[in-house]
Write a new protein. Structure first.
Length: 164
């Protein structure tokens, strides 16, 4: 596990991006998928955006938060990296059948300013039948346990900027 601490400016930036996403959803009458409608959509989008920012910060990549605004086919962080934020520090990485097989999915837990990057899995590797489950009924997906995730230190180390 790797912890990323966001500074106040980063938290404001991420929170505003999350708010903009939810406003766009309301404007276009879009609803959250995969059971996310059980959560407060404002909190979901704000925390999701903050998780994306934390992953980008860890990788040393720029993040505007505006890239995916209205275009859900775009990746969260860069062309190949997605952030998946969950509420509980012990939850698994959730992958859905229509998730892109070639993208990397990073499991993020916690709340700003400190977010925990629990590890990552390539989409095609996480879509293994042994992870398929439906614990709540009616919402099946792949639940990749944290013990099966790759450590953050192995995530595209060549893309990561050296520490300054």
């Amino acid at each position: 596990m790797t912890t990323v601490t966001l500074n106040p400016a980063e938290m404001i930036h991420g929170a505003l991006c999350g708010v903009l996403r939810q406003v766009q959803n309301l404007k276009h009458n879009r609803h959250d998928k995969y059971g996310a409608e059980e959560m407060d959509p404002w909190a979901l989008h704000i925390n999701g955006a903050l998780a994306e920012l934390a992953v980008a910060k860890y990788l040393g990549l720029p993040w505007t938060g505006m890239g995916a605004l209205g275009d859900h086919s775009l990746a969260d962080v860069d062309d190949s990296t997605e952030a998946r934020w969950v509420t509980n520090a012990h939850y698994s990485l959730l992958l859905h059948p229509d998730d892109n097989d070639e993208r990397v999915y990073v499991l993020v837990t916690g709340r700003a300013p400190s977010l925990a990057l629990r590890g990552w899995k390539l989409g095609r590797d996480g879509k293994n039948q042994k992870y398929w489950a439906d614990p709540k009924g009616g919402r099946p997906c792949y639940f990749v346990p944290q013990t099966e995730l790759e450590p953050m230190t192995t995530l595209s180390s060549r893309r990561r900027r050296p520490e300054q």
